[in-house]
Ligand binder design. Structure first.
Ligand code: 5GP
Length: 246
């Protein structure tokens, strides 16, 4: 399918804009709208490890659609417009900020390796970190002054990123908790609309969040792929099923 209805108009898929690590982004005949296709691909170490995993695109796309719809219902402005198929969606074209915003509720991943703290230590207050989105440089950590000095964003923008991430964290934590899942940490990306507002972009899936089964302590996210501890789609399927049952 290469055309779809949106707001009583037909939107048609045009040329490939770029292929990311887990998605392809196409232009459409409407300059304000992009067509996103989720790939059956998993990567680790900023793309250095890559593998084809059947069914992963569909799982990520469906989880992402569900979570964006939930956030929209709770008045969090975001780029998601509509789902086209089990693997495709329309989103608003944004000027994406080159910054990854990581929120941590519990110590895990790089927070544990960097500070030598006990895994799953509860973090109070929650930790918010910025990283420069660059595979070549391995997404280095950035503080506010580095970001402002390089004109990636203003201090006011960064305060908005922190505030929006905090609200999203509260909403997602509450939702996952109802599904018996602990939201350990996650990465968000944001972009600027043509009106200059900063809104949530990218995808919301176990590819960019750590999710742990509250009962068993089992990992239901991409750590299973990163650490080669099993079939990553089993956990993703579990996450989708539990969210659908709420
Ligand atoms: P850490 O800094 O511990 O590696 O990651 C913290 C959280 O942000 C994890 O949930 C991880 O999945 C997510 N994250 C951080 N950087 C990236 C990235 O470059 N790509 C993706 N998909 N997720 C990331």
């Amino acid at each position: 399918m290469d055309s779809v209805e949106f707001n009583d108009k037909t939107v048609s898929k045009s040329t490939l804009k770029y292929t990311g690590k887990a998605k392809q982004v196409f232009l459409t005949d409407n300059p304000d709208i992009l067509w996103v296709h989720y790939l059956d691909q998993a990567t680790a170490l900023n793309g250095k490890v890559k593998e084809n995993i059947a069914g992963k695109g569909k799982l990520n796309s469906e989880i992402s659609h569900l979570l964006f719809n939930y956030l929209t219902k709770h008045n969090v402005e975001n780029h998601y417009l509509r789902s086209i198929s089990q693997t495709d969606e329309l989103v608003t074209a944004l000027d994406i900020l080159p910054i990854e915003v990581v929120t941590r509720n519990y110590a895990s991943g790089h927070f544990v390796s960097k500070f030598g703290v006990e895994p799953m230590k509860k973090l109070a207050p929650i930790v918010q970190e910025f990283y420069y989105k660059s595979d070549e440089l391995d997404d280095p950590f950035m503080n506010d002054l580095q970001i402002v000095a390089l004109a990636f964003a203003t201090e006011n923008d960064l305060n908005q990123l922190r505030e929006q991430s905090k609200i999203i964290n509260q909403l997602l934590t509450a939702l996952f908790s109802k599904a018996g899942i602990q939201l350990v940490d996650f990465k968000l990306e944001f972009g600027r609309t043509t009106q200059g507002n900063i809104i949530l972009a990218d995808e919301l899936s176990p590819d960019n969040m750590r999710l742990v089964d509250m009962k068993t302590g089992k990992s239901l996210d991409k750590d299973v792929f990163r650490q080669h501890t099993g079939d990553v789609t089993v956990g993703y399927h579990e996450v989708l099923t539990r969210l659908q049952q709420l």
